[in-house]
Design a protein around this ligand. Structure first.
Ligand SMILES: [Fe+2]
Length: 310
């Protein structure tokens, strides 16, 4: 009879508030339940995990790994997947860069709970991913602002200028915007979301949050309040800057982070493949859940219960 001795995974912290990394964990293997449980625990704590030298070279490996955390979403509600891989979204510099702070797909009722990114083609310099803790931001708010934020709701939509690359001369930009917004989504989410596994509170806003749901408040005033809250998220203390290497995967908790891909690699190609894990419906501090206003996203993602996956 053999006994398996599980080793503790040795994550190294990258900062006090967000980020940890591990080198040499082979993600192409069938990981044990205990190993996946340790990764989930580390994700709850650190919010963004960097796996270097992860022996993860194919979409199949990435899909298998991501599936351990729950059912997967399709690649995107409106954008096409990688050919033959319905869960894999190409994040390709050819399609412009995501140099806007955002949380993935928050315009739908139940945005992904977690995202994985895998390095495919990397520039010789630049091309990092910045990931911010929205829990750190919430903690930094003066108590009066925190209490105010607790009461707010924001409308998130895919139909705004994020989907128009800033370099408008970029070839095919208009067509990409047409595809991105071919179905219009609008969802009301609480501005302060309670993380279902940890109970932590985080600001749940980002680029798709376009206005607050306050009767009588103008769009400009609404944006001013969102901008004020957003400034806490992007404070350097709340941000980890992840460098990319070949054969690397990053897993981040999409319920309590935002991210940004700086456009700092000139015209070099950069490609990451993204696979996301289906999420639950966000819940605010008073227990009220998000509400879909426009657009049906059931073809994109099932709604998971909180405990789905390890
Ligand atoms: Fe993203």
């Amino acid at each position: 009879m053999t006994t398996t001795v599980e080793t503790r995974l040795d994550f190294t912290k990258l900062g006090s508030r967000i980020g940890a990394e591990i080198r040499g964990l082979d993600l192409s293997q069938d990981l044990s339940y205990e190993t996946v449980a340790q990764i989930r625990e580390a994700l709850n704590q650190h919010k963004a995990l960097v796996f270097r030298e992860a022996n993860i070279r194919t979409d199949e490996d990435q899909v298998r790994f991501a599936s351990r955390f729950g059912p997967l979403t399709k690649a995107h509600p409106t954008v096409a997947s990688v050919d033959g891989a319905e869960n894999v979204l190409p994040v390709d510099s050819e399609d412009g860069s995501a140099n806007t702070w955002h949380t993935d797909v928050t315009f739908v009722l139940n945005p992904p709970q977690a995202s994985t990114l895998r390095s495919v083609t990397l520039p010789a310099y630049g091309g990092e991913t910045l990931i911010a803790s929205s829990a750190g931001a919430y903690q930094d708010l003066p108590v009066e602002l925190r209490n105010f934020a607790d009461t707010l709701w924001a409308i998130h939509t895919n139909d705004y200028d994020y989907s128009v690359p800033k370099n408008l001369e970029h070839e095919g930009a208009e067509e990409r915007r047409r595809v991105f917004t071919r179905v219009k989504y609008q969802t009301a989410h609480p501005v302060v979301r309670v993380h279902p596994l940890t109970g932590e509170r985080g600001l749940f806003i980002g680029g798709f949050a376009q206005r607050l749901r306050i009767v009588g408040l103008s769009n400009t005033e609404s944006k001013d309040i969102l901008r004020l809250l957003q400034a806490y998220i992007t404070r350097p203390e709340n941000v980890v800057r992840v460098n990319w290497e070949p054969n690397q995967l990053v897993l981040f908790d999409n319920r309590i982070t935002q991210h940004y891909a700086p456009s700092n690699y000139d015209n070099q190609p950069r490609k990451l493949n993204r696979v996301t894990v289906a999420g639950d419906v966000p819940v605010g501090v008073d227990g009220t859940k998000s509400q879909a206003i426009e657009g049906d996203s059931s073809h994109y993602s099932e709604i998971v219960s909180v405990g789905a996956g390890v």
